[in-house]
Write a new protein. Structure first.
Length: 264
């Protein structure tokens, strides 16, 4: 009995190795089974061909508009700077995009590896090739803008303020928008100075004309007075006091004979 036990065990092992039910089903074995017969092989080839054809049709009909690109190559040529671009938005896109920079766009400091956004349409009809020029762009092959490193944007007002302008201080005074900087004495002072300039030019210092000028100047500062919530009666009374000071200044500093309308 002791001699037969190993033989029986070996037979069991041999039987298990020959039994097909003991094999593990793997994806590799399924692929092998799919191509083992002629019908399955043809179906698999047809499915693969249709999928490839569908991807090709989708790529041909797709329009790449206002997309992000990585600069793959930069070529400085006599007719312009040629950029070869790769899609940044979709890694599955294998198309090489091409754009030629002309005019002042040639001075754009672009190098290999930079990220750009092209405002234009890359499509199969233009062979995924565009031109960016100073002239009016062609609707089919022309691009509108190129934005270098679009993650860093600068407001247009900041760019404009970098240019020198001799009239900037005048514009800043004429177009004040921050009313929070104004206080009542400052507003009253501006009205008095405007009125004083007008009466000097007209050479009229009588009470009637001064009141007329004050009322017109108050209209020019109505927004400031409204924000300060000062009543018109109070403002006008304060201006009348200033009118007396103007008349006293004229009486002391100017020749009264030259002003026919002046009545002290």
């Amino acid at each position: 009995m002791q001699i037969q036990e190993p033989i029986i065990e070996e037979r069991k092992i041999e039987k298990n190795e020959d039994d097909p039910s003991d094999f593990e089903i793997t994806p590799e074995s399924q692929i092998f089974d799919a191509f083992s017969s002629d019908n399955n092989s043809q179906e698999a080839l047809q499915t693969s061909f249709k999928a490839k054809q569908r991807r090709q049709e989708d790529g041909d009909s797709k329009v790449f508009e206002n997309c992000l690109f990585v600069v793959f190559d930069v070529s400085r040529e006599p007719l312009g700077t040629v950029l070869i671009l790769k899609s940044q938005d979709d890694d599955n896109v294998t198309v090489n995009f091409r754009i030629t920079l002309r005019g002042h766009w040639i001075r754009t400091p672009i190098d290999h590896g930079d990220i750009v956004r092209i405002i234009g349409q890359f499509k199969k009809s233009n062979q995924y090739t565009l031109t960016l020029d100073d002239d009016e762009p062609d609707p089919e092959t022309g691009a509108l803008y190129l934005i270098l490193e679009p993650y860093i944007l600068i407001p247009s007002t900041t760019i404009v303020s970098s240019f020198p302008c001799v009239r900037r201080s005048i514009f800043a005074d004429q177009f004040r928008t921050n009313l929070g900087d104004f206080e009542y004495p400052l507003v009253i002072g501006n009205i008095i100075h405007e009125a004083f300039e007008r009466v000097i030019l007209k050479q009229r210092f009588d009470d009637e004309y001064l009141e007329q000028v004050y009322k017109e100047s108050m209209k020019n500062h109505i927004c400031h007075l409204y924000k300060l919530a000062e009543p018109d009666v109070k403002v006008f009374n304060d201006l009348k006091l200033a009118a007396k000071n103007i008349q006293n200044w004229v009486s002391n500093m100017l020749d009264r004979k030259s002003f026919l309308y002046y009545q002290p």
